[in-house]
Ligand binder design. Structure first.
Ligand code: HDD
Length: 755
């Protein structure tokens, strides 16, 4: 289409609106005319993105890992046994061949080559993590902006702006086993290992700032309850079953976290679009300074976004590795995931100033009371090279801190500090910290010895302290030795929780009140889905009673849906308090971005190639990823091109292969192909489904939506606050919907719209 007659929509706003209802002035609308590179393949789009983003730098950990990487270019290229003997045949077991030469006899146990191969295979599996078994990870680096945190801590990783600290991050789900799907409704793990010069520091966090229980001794109970039921091992990858809701109904301290998991936070669009929280209360300190309680936060620069529940369910089947692939796809394309690192800090002198206990992991520290302080950022720029070695064998410990960082009496944290080291011993063995991904980049010197799979070799006769040769003496605090802040402790032994630990609903209500109307609808739908999967009336009736302590209307709506106890009076007054920091809408980036978003371009024979090339270039300039989808993977013929082999355009996928759920937006170029598209049931479903999932639909997808998909009863009206047009279903167009339909774009924020 000639550029002059085509007014480019603000595609950045439109696609970003999948998760952000944006009313900002459109600063990113490309000005016409602008030069458009001609891009014909996905790889040229990718190259364009790569060149737009600066490359990554190798860290000290990258260098450390190199010594274990088998470089196929440098090693001799032949097959050997584990004991290094060259192998001449790896396809045939040594066996007795019958003298007739026609048939073979028994296989010989003597064949040590075959036995080694089979035996190693037999022992390839190790125990999966008892929770967070399903996950993936990436390497990168962390930097602080300046030394502003030095008023709290002496830890150089948090105070030295000239340092680049290598990191490894593992994201995970909690409930499912190692092979379960990525997009289930669940909490997501967000575990960060900092390889600092003072030793490894692990923040083993989640994408939700609170936890189900207050005391670590309840961890086996909550996990047994949420995991598959013991009699039949059902269900996999979800909490929608009797046992979880039975436990939650009888353990009301879980109410706050249940609200978070049932909100859109439970179905993130991407690991790259999640907040991370250390959850527990740690401490910061320095010599001669006060003690500070601290909570750690990660905020993604891309904003916090979720999938629609229906999308998540479908992706579980269509692409169970969706989040795993999404992380690697972004890194491969140079769209390195990035988070701001923030702390919330309370001086020890103010510990008791709040109406909640600051050591209770079922409570947040509202940002209105304790503001976030931004101190640095983390970038992930390298995918692992071998999954088992670098991700499966990675292991974290909350007890791994470095000088200047310490623990609090948070009873959940105290138990965690015991549990992680312990579980690594059963999963990986006592020498798990020698494994490449786990070992520090600084020297490790001590008198620990032996144990299974010991790698390090310590020459010399002394493996104890004190020793006459002064080998590995303890390091004085003044020279960097770890020290604990001297806290006064006194009391009597008792199995009990503090008085403020008894209140369970105030912050659950604060969270619910703080959601926008669409987020509330999603939460109600999610709890209703889960309770509908419980077939024991005792369970779903009890939980609707719990909900009445959070909000009367919430309890009523869920109870009516699931056949629970419909309350007549509120279980507790709703004080109407809200916090703007709890809706994920708050974290929308100031400048909307579609960096790394996936956009499907639907075509059939007769499409307008010039337009496709132009729009791909435009989207590539905004660092989005485009995928052309046609009736078959192979050549599709643009308008005016003879249908001859070699003359067509190679599309990336076919309609059945990559469904609309795998994309953030759908674009249909103009051209005669519209007739073919309109007669294809899969394409009609594609556009309707994208509409239903609040995906952005633009250009010819708009008239397609109106004239082919048929959405009875949907009305369109100009939005008084922007240049958009809003539908009665929540659709927004950022151009002029109507007569100039081919150049019109639709941005949809239907009831499924995420904040
Ligand atoms: Fe945990 C794994 C996060 C409470 C015991 N946990 C694990 C992982 C994450 C968390 C992200 C996966 C680490 C990885 O990727 O390898 N866990 C949390 C958070 C909690 C929490 C944010 C609450 C603040 N956990 C918690 C308690 C206990 C455990 C109270 C036991 C008392 N967690 C474990 C574990 C796991 C684990 C059993 C399984 C695999 C592992 O440790 O390495 O030890």
């Amino acid at each position: 289409r000639p550029a002059a007659s085509f007014e480019w929509p603000c595609i950045v706003h439109m696609v970003a609106a999948k998760a952000v209802y944006c009313r900002l002035p459109c600063t990113l609308r490309p000005r016409s005319p602008f030069p458009l590179p001609v891009l014909t393949t996905m790889s040229s789009v990718t190259d364009a993105i790569k060149s737009a983003i600066s490359g990554s730098t190798g860290t000290a950990k990258d260098a450390d890992l190199k010594r274990d990487v088998v470089d196929v270019n440098e090693s001799p290229n032949y097959l050997t046994t584990d004991n290094g003997v060259k192998v001449s045949d790896t396809d045939n077991w040594l066996r007795v061949v019958n003298p007739d030469g026609k048939s073979v006899g028994p296989s010989l146990l003597e064949d040590q080559l075959a036995r080694e191969k089979i035996t190693h295979f037999d022992h390839e599996r190790i125990p999966e993590r008892v929770v967070h078994a399903r996950g993936t990870g990436a390497f990168g680096y962390f930097k602080v902006y300046d030394d502003r945190a030095s008023k709290y801590t002496s830890a150089p990783v948090l105070t030295d702006p000239f340092r680049t600290t290598p990191v490894f991050v593992r994201f995970s789900t909690v409930q499912g086993s190692r092979g379960s799907a990525d997009t289930v409704r669940d909490v997501r793990g967000f575990a960060v290992k900092f390889y600092t010069d003072e030793g490894n520091w692990d923040i083993v966090g989640n994408d939700i700032p609170v936890f189900f229980i207050q005391d670590a001794v309840k961890f086996p109970d909550v996990i047994h309850a949420v995991k598959p039921e013991p009699n039949n091992e059902v269900p996999q990858g979800q909490s929608a079953h009797n046992n979880f809701w039975d436990f939650a109904g009888l353990q009301p301290e879980s109410a706050h976290m249940v609200m978070w998991v049932m909100s859109d936070r439970g179905v993130p669009r991407s690991y790259r679009m999640m907040q991370g929280f250390g959850v527990n209360t740690f401490t910061l300190y320095k010599p001669d300074g006060e003690l500070y309680f601290v909570k750690f936060h990660w905020i993604p620069t891309l904003g916090v976004h979720s999938l629609m529940w229906d999308e998540a369910l479908k992706i579980n089947g269509q692409d169970p590795d969706f989040h795993r692939k999404d992380l690697y796809e972004a890194i491969e394309n140079g769209a390195y995931p990035k988070w701001k690192f923030c702390v919330q800090v309370i001086p020890q002198s103010r510990e008791h100033d709040f109406d909640f206990d600051i050591l209770d992991a079922t409570k947040i520290w509202p940002q209105e009371l304790v503001p976030l302080e931004e101190i640095g950022e983390m970038v992930l720029d390298r995918a692992p090279q071998e999954f088992f070695n670098e991700v499966e064998q990675s292991a974290f410990c909350t007890s791994h801190v470095v000088p200047g960082i310490g623990f609090s009496d948070d009873p959940l944290l105290q138990g965690r500090n015991f549990s992680y080291f312990d579980t690594q011993i059963s999963r990986l063995g006592v020498n798990w910290e020698e494994l490449p991904v786990n070992r520090p980049v600084c020297p490790v010197m001590n008198h620990q010895r032996d144990g299974k799979m010991r790698h390090r070799i310590h020459p010399g006769s002394t493996n104890y302290w004190p020793n006459r040769k002064e080998v590995f003496p303890p390091v004085p605090v003044s020279e960097g030795g770890y020290w604990s802040y001297p806290m006064k402790v006194e009391g009597i032994k008792a199995r009990m929780r503090g008085p403020k630990f008894q209140e369970h609903f105030a912050q659950a209500q604060l969270f619910f009140n703080s959601l926008n109307p669409v987020e509330k609808q999603h939460l109600i739908a999610a709890i209703s889905f889960e309770l509908d999967h419980c077939d024991d009336p005792v369970v779903y009736k009890q939980y609707t009673k719990i909900l009445n302590n959070v909000d009367f209307d919430l309890a009523k709506q869920v109870a009516i849906k699931v056949g629970g106890v419909v309350p007549e009076l509120p279980g507790r007054d709703n004080d109407g308090k809200k916090s703007k920091y709890l809706s994920q809408q708050y974290y929308a980036p100031k400048i909307p971005t579609i960096e790394s978003r996936r956009i499907a371009i639907l075509v059939a024979d007769g499409f307008d190639l010039g337009e496709v090339q132009a729009v791909r270039a435009l989207l590539a300039s905004a660092k989005a990823l485009t995928f052309v989808i046609g009736p078959r993977r192979g050549e599709v013929f643009p308008a005016g091109v003879p249908h001859e082999k070699g003359k067509g355009f190679f599309v990336d996928h076919h309609y059945e292969g990559q469904r609309s759920t795998l994309f953030d937006a759908v674009y249909i170029p103009s051209g005669k192909h519209a007739v073919e598209l309109a007669s294809n049931g899969r394409v009609i479903h594609y556009v309707r489904e994208a509409f239903g999932h609040s995906d952005c639909l633009f250009d010819a997808a708009v008239p397609f939506l109106r004239d082919v998909v048929h959405l009875p009863g949907v009305q369109f009206q100009p939005d008084p606050n922007s240049d958009a047009v809003v539908s009665s279903y929540g659709v927004v167009t950022s151009g002029s919907y109507g007569p100039r339909s081919a150049a019109t774009d639709v941005l949809k924020i239907g009831p499924g719209k995420k904040g």
